[in-house]
Design a protein around this ligand. Structure first.
Ligand code: ZN
Length: 334
């Protein structure tokens, strides 16, 4: 049958063909591509697009290099990449009625450790809490405090998503960790959005692939699926409980003034134990760019007060909307 369609398609529609879907584009690419299409002689746009692609590639290569360097026996740097996987919906039933029912959203936050090439997964669902900056920072804290590295320097790679992976909640966490003496220096570096294939995204691809063949009904099925998705180098799965989540936003609002850091456009953020109140910012990943030094502590806040601070627990709210509940009850028999 396939051959039949194939031959018809080739013979009768020779003007059509299949392209590989382009996944690595962003707003900038699309805009420049349209300009070039409208005016093929637009040299300026061509030059900009070329530079843009080279910058994206350079960022990816720098991340790979960081991962490789951190694997050297004498390396004092731990390199990780962090991201939230696309929502995993449960249950994965296929009968017709499922099409009209809303499902339970499960969240998986991944940390890929470059040093050991290990994927660490953190799983929870919307009945526990949502998926904002507080939740992300809490997962990172839980893993970093589990003592998986003794190294003094940490490099964190993330994408550009301000709501989740790059914000004052994470900045507070970095400052908190250096004042507490867990690290001497922490760098957060950002890949270009639309072009970022973080090492943790590759881990997610394995999980997605597995999810297509293995059906999951309840969150615990997901744990099993993730834990067995890559048998040769299995992921570690942590089930996040309500008490694991902390209110980093409250802590940051109380102590930091980050307006001058312009976190949304920063590409490289560095905090160091030598002077935790001074945050260093670069707008590119270029090592030649001069750091912008910004004092982020509010008046009366000292290193000591951050060190002694107890970050409050997050007041976890069940995020399941009222109108979704009957749908979830309807799938209970399954
Ligand atoms: Zn682009």
């Amino acid at each position: 049958m396939y051959r039949f369609y194939f031959s018809i398609f080739k013979r009768k529609f020779s003007n059509l063909s299949f392209h590989h879907p382009r996944t690595d584009t962003c707003k900038t690419c699309d805009l420049l591509n349209i300009k070039i299409k409208a005016n093929p002689n637009d040299k300026e746009s061509k030059r900009k697009l070329d530079l843009h692609h080279r910058q994206a590639e350079k960022a990816m290569n720098t991340m790979k290099e960081d991962h490789c360097l951190s694997q050297l026996p004498l390396s004092g740097t731990c390199s990780i990449s962090i991201d939230l996987q696309q929502v995993l919906s449960l249950p994965a039933l296929t009968h017709g009625q499922m099409f009209y029912l809303r499902q339970l959203s499960c969240y998986n936050f991944g940390i890929h450790v470059g040093d050991t090439n290990k994927g660490l997964m953190h799983l929870w669902h919307e009945g526990i809490t949502g998926r904002g900056g507080n939740e992300i920072a809490s997962c990172v804290l839980k893993t970093l405090l589990s003592g998986f590295t003794k190294k003094q320097k940490l490099v964190v790679w993330s994408d550009n998503c301000v709501g989740q992976n790059k914000n004052k909640m994470l900045l507070f966490l970095w400052i908190y960790l250096v004042t507490k003496g867990y690290f001497q220096e922490i760098n957060q570096e950002v890949l270009m959005s639309g072009h970022s294939i973080l090492s943790c995204d590759r881990d997610f691809a394995h999980i997605e692939k597995r999810k297509r063949v293995e059906k999951c009904e309840v969150p615990f099925d997901l744990v099993r699926l993730i834990a067995t998705a890559t048998p040769n180098n299995p992921f570690t799965v942590t089930l996040m409980q309500a008490e694991d989540f902390f209110d980093f936003k409250a802590a940051a609002d109380l102590t930091l003034n980050t307006t001058r850091t312009k976190i949304s456009t920063a590409k490289w953020i560095q905090v160091s134990a030598d002077n935790p109140k001074q945050v260093k910012i670069r707008e590119t990943l270029n090592e030649m760019e001069a750091w912008k030094n910004i004092n982020v502590f509010k008046k009366n806040v000292t290193e000591q007060s951050i060190r002694d601070m107890v970050v409050p627990q997050l007041n976890c709210q069940n995020q399941i909307k009222e109108n979704k509940k009957p749908d979830l009850r309807a799938v209970l028999p399954f």
